[in-house]
Write a protein that binds this ligand. Sequence first.
Ligand SMILES: [Zn+2]
Length: 211
Amino acid sequence: MISAAEALARLKEGNRRFVAGTRSDDTLATRTRLSQLAENQEPFAVILGCSDSRVPVELVFDQGLGDLFVIRVAGNIVAPSQIGSVEFATERFGTRLVVVLGHSRCGAILATLEQLQRPTETQSRNLRSIVDRVRPSVEALLATDLRREPDALVRTAIRANIRASVDHLRHGSAILEQQIAHDGLVVVGAEYSLKSGVVEFIDGGTDAAQR
Ligand SMILES: [Zn+2]
């Protein structure tokens, strides 16, 4: 299995191709590739992304079959089943890089801000379970001057939510904590721009994986 730093470089390279509009031939789902993967897989990165239709993970990183272990949920939140999925991949396949991929104009963040600013009782219990996971990281921002600058508030809230998910994965599981301390596992945050297609790595994406 490749190292976290190597995996990160591969993702950055793939996103550069996506932005440039060039595609790697390696990502094509050929018959040979299908049969190679039928028996087992060795995904080089785990990505926890948002369900948003505009952020298909394999496309924005220009990767193919068997390359990425992807978990998608609205707002790229971390609940027990997401932690379990990450643990499964890092233990079973030895994957050393985990990326929390948020994105600009995320509907889950917008819905949470809306709910905090104009609470309604009509929200479904299920949707609320997502909003409740986003809430702690954005609630404090509403007590600052940012509340008067809607665009900056949304941008900051999106980053805060990505960082909260990164933090939760780093510290919410004894298994992952152990792998981070001793086995070279790296968890980083990243934000995808809907406008430019660029993925910007934040919170450890530029330095932590260089080890
Ligand atoms: Zn989203």
